[in-house]
Design a protein around this ligand. Structure first.
Ligand code: BGC
Length: 859
């Protein structure tokens, strides 16, 4: 039977509210008939209809969409046997630039000038009556700060941290809430706005008031009555405001203080004042992936310590606690958070730096619940003070952006399975409206380098379309006229040292190429390339410019600007000092230029820009040539050797012929000498196993992957890690942090996804799934079995449906099970070299294992 598997508008199956004049539709279909092909699809919206076989991002091209309107989209599909199926979704248009009737309001009498802290949360209130029957009601809202709306005492929507984090000076999201069912005759709107990223303290320098001097609110309520009339009211001076509400403090890093004894009817309210913002952003319908509560976690244990009750959730994550409390009025409960414990069982908060990460709750009388709303923490452990164990029930909610999980990986090694789980937990913990570096200390910033290397792995495990597209738009908005990309996006107060992004920085700036490219490979939507092409081009031109400065001849392709202006082989464990990581920038930057210009050339080709394609291909080739002739002996041996310096040119295809084989031998020599431990920093870590496995050294790759000696992926697992660490040696086997005062001791996070970039290898080589055409229109399944694993399975939800590759080995018998979605085609390659092309359906194939397997070879 044929059926529609997924049908989306703007990558959402439901709840899409968009300001796009041409929203895009995508769909996948399933059939239980082997070889089924999609023959045609008809997509209809209103009186517009199109016949297509394209399944990804079909743009609406009918008559102009009207704002504030719900539309139905109908999809009818037919396969090559004449079977049909259909599906329907609805989407809603947002304001589509309709001028706001609402005005920005604030508390005109509130000023805060204190440095390094966040403002007191501001409460807004408005009462109104409705005397006619309501057909539908919507709230459109945004704020300077982060806000939460209550209508008649009930929370509106289920998002955290609205309006989300964007490049506020140019882009600000508004949210749309369907409040039809909330409206009664007499109504009260209550909105609280914390400082968030716009007004509150942010960045490790704890800057505040970056985008606005105090919180402000813009909210419009649009009610359509049963008689067809429409009323629009919005924030204005009829609203009231106060800072005497329940939220006494709220800060992204420091946490929150909530006083439940405060009764909103008994405090002083003032008339709200109109606010003139100091920025003029474009306000558009939220386009990203809002933060919501996902998993509920329950403590695995509780112990009494000198500091209070310590609970262990058994999992490091980002989120908030949820407490059910029985208490006396005025009782004060303090919840502290940490990723690790001290040997005496108390919380170790040393590495949170200035982030206090504490939730304080002042109780009312009786039974009550509390969970922070205007902050979040990265933690595994909490310590509760101020209440007896029997009077509190503890749980926690994982908060992260709504990115749909779309991949699974498992295999016969429980440790690798734990690694996969750690990778996805670190991803979730750091998808907090923007891709962050870590969720716990006073950073949580949109560091570009981290997602640059992690994007392919992210795209295996989650549908990243909306989340990354929104963030890339911020990047585009913040690109400097010189072509450089700020190191954190949104830059929001971070500008140290100011010259660095102006210069373009390898790998960190490369995010503007690597992220859209990963997204395009996974989701197959060319718009992402079209949209960001000018940004990419400007960036690569900047890289090329800086590489060529102050040098002549071939040296113009060796990017050798002073190393303190780079991150180089960031966090490489084989050299201890930050300056030594940075000193490797000559190699990392040159290889990066070769890679980004090469990818840009491919993109230009895809977009039909032949001249550009040729120009960047040349840059890429010349850079590769310069790397080989200047940094190596011309025969695959680096003049100065370290793992990353071999890994990058090998993975980026920079060596030719015999030099390449020599380079592989040399890398293997280094790896063996290092006892199969990792020696790579951010740039080399995602690629080292490919550099080995793709060059005939799968055995060595597996030895490295399965190594448990520090530094290695499984060392962390062996030490009980439940997320990916920033530093490979973050803890010793007794759970104590061994990193001394070496200048990098302030960089110890246990939830940093960058080195989890190895996830790409798990899917692409261990399970063996690889896209050959974007979106997996064509793909291959070619598992690379290795020592130590007897089975592995990878699955991924692609734009065409679910791909599965599952293999097992029993003695020398190798069996693979493959699933191919309708609309795509798979080349299945078995370890014995046999290959065949598979159309949609499920397949099982066998072969005998031969020379790919070390034991076989040694036998
Ligand atoms: C962050 C990193 C980031 C780096 C760059 C660190 O403090 O946590 O992940 O990429 O700085 O300097």
């Amino acid at each position: 039977m044929l059926k529609v598997r997924k049908f989306t508008c703007e990558n959402l199956t439901y709840g899409c509210v968009t300001d796009e004049p041409h929203p895009c539709f995508s769909f996948s279909v399933d059939s239980d008939r082997q070889g089924a092909k999609l023959e045609k699809a008809v997509l209809t919206v209103g009186n517009w209809s199109t016949e297509t076989t394209r399944q990804i991002a079909v743009p609406y091209a009918g008559e102009e969409l009207q704002p504030f309107t719900t539309y139905e989209a109908l999809l009818e599909v037919r396969d090559d046997a004449g079977e049909t199926a259909h599906s329907r979704i609805s989407f809603e248009t947002g304001r589509m630039d309709t001028p706001w009737k609402a005005r920005w309001i604030t508390d005109g009498s509130y000023t805060f000038t204190e440095k390094k802290v966040s403002p007191v949360p501001m409460n807004f209130r408005y009462r109104f009556k409705t005397d006619k029957k309501v057909k539908s009601a919507r709230i459109y809202a945004t704020a300077m700060g982060i806000y939460e709306i209550l209508l008649n005492g009930e929370k509106v929507g289920d998002e955290y941290f609205a309006p989300g984090f964007t490049s506020y000076k140019t882009r600000l999201q508004y949210q749309t809430y369907d409040v039809t069912s909330h409206i009664t005759r007499e109504n009260e709107l209550n909105v609280v706005a914390g400082g968030g990223w716009a007004v509150g303290s942010f960045v490790f320098t704890r800057k505040n008031r970056i985008s606005a001097d105090r919180q402000a609110l813009l909210l419009e309520l649009r009610i359509t009555y049963a008689d067809g009339s429409v009323s629009v009211t919005g924030t204005d001076t009829n609203w009231e405001v106060t800072e005497e509400g329940n939220y006494r403090e709220a800060d992204i890093y420091d946490g929150e203080t909530y006083d439940a004894t405060v009764c909103l009817d008994k405090i002083n309210w003032r008339k709200a004042a109109l606010e003139k913002l100091k920025i003029r952003p474009r306000i558009f319908a939220a386009s990203g992936a809002p933060v919501r509560a996902h998993e509920t976690l329950f403590p695995k244990s509780c112990s009494r310590t000198v500091k209070g009750l310590v609970y262990d959730f058994g999992q490091n994550f980002a989120g908030v606690v949820e407490l059910s409390i029985r208490a006396k009025k005025g009782q004060k409960i303090i919840v502290s958070h940490a990723e690790i414990l001290n040997p005496d069982g108390t919380l170790n908060t040393d590495f949170l730096r200035t982030a206090t990460a504490r939730a304080t709750y002042i109780c009312r009388e009786g039974v009550q619940k509390y969970s922070p709303k205007l902050t979040y923490m990265g933690f595994r452990y909490i310590c509760i003070e101020g209440i007896a164990q029997e009077d509190v029930e503890v749980s926690a909610k994982a908060l992260y952006s709504d990115v749909e999980e779309q991949g699974t990986f498992c295999c016969s090694s429980s440790k690798l399975n734990r690694l996969q789980s750690n990778i996805t937990w670190s991803a979730k913990s750091n998808f907090m409206d923007i891709p962050t570096d870590c969720p716990q200390r006073d950073e949580r910033m949109g560091w570009t380098g981290d997602i640059a290397v992690f994007a392919p792995t992210a795209c295996w495990n989650f549908n990243m379309s909306r989340f990354l597209d929104k963030w890339l738009s911020d990047m585009e908005a913040e690109q400097l006229p010189t072509g450089g990309i700020p190191n954190t996006i949104p830059a929001q107060g971070y500008g140290f040292p100011a010259t660095m992004p102006a210069m373009a920085i390898e790998f960190w700036g490369d995010a503007c190429i690597l992220v859209p490219w990963a997204l395009y490979q996974a989701e197959g939507d060319k718009h992402v390339l079209e949209k960001y092409y000018p940004m990419m081009k400007k960036y690569v031109d900047a890289c090329r410019f800086w590489a060529g400065l102050f040098s002549a001849g071939k040296h113009r392709y060796i990017w050798n600007t002073p190393s303190m202006l780079h991150f180089g082989d960031w966090v490489a464990p084989d050299v201890p000092q930050m300056s030594q990581w940075q000193k490797r920038s000559k190699w990392t930057a040159t290889a990066s230029l070769c890679n980004t210009s090469g990818i840009l050339s491919d993109i230009a080709e895809i977009l039909g820009m032949g001249q550009d394609a040729e120009k960047y291909r040349k840059i890429s080739k010349r850079t590769a040539d310069a790397y080989c002739s200047i940094l190596t002996d011309g025969n695959g041996k680096l003049k100065e050797e370290f793992q990353t310096a071999y890994v990058l040119p090998l993975y980026f295809g920079m060596f030719d012929g015999p030099a390449k084989e020599k380079a592989v031998d040399n890398l293997v020599r280094l790896v063996k000498k290092n006892d199969y431990c990792i020696g790579t920093g951010f740039p080399g870590t995602p690629y080292i196993l490919f550099a080995l496995a793709d060059n005939g050294r799968a055995d060595e790759a597996y030895r490295m992957l399965l190594n448990e000696k520090c530094p290695s992926w499984l060392y962390e697992v062996k030490c009980g890690a439940t997320t990916i660490w920033e530093r490979w040696d973050g803890l010793d086997e007794k759970g104590v942090c061994p990193i001394g005062d070496d200048g990098t001791d302030q960089m110890i996070s246990y939830n940093h996804y960058a080195s989890g970039a190895v996830g790409d290898f798990l899917y692409r080589r261990v399970a063996g799934i690889e896209a050959r055409k974007p979106g997996y229109k064509r793909f291959k399944i070619e598992p690379v079995p290795g020592d130590g694993l007897t089975f592995a399975k990878g699955s991924v939800e692609t734009p065409y449906g679910r791909i599965v590759s599952e293999w097992k080995r029993e003695g020398d018998k190798f069996t693979v099970h493959a699933e191919v979605p309708v609309g795509s085609q798979c080349t299945l390659k078995l370890p014995d070299g046999t290959a065949e092309i598979l159309e949609s359906g499920r397949y099982e194939r066998h072969c005998r294992l031969t020379g790919t397997d070390r034991q076989e070879r040694e036998r």
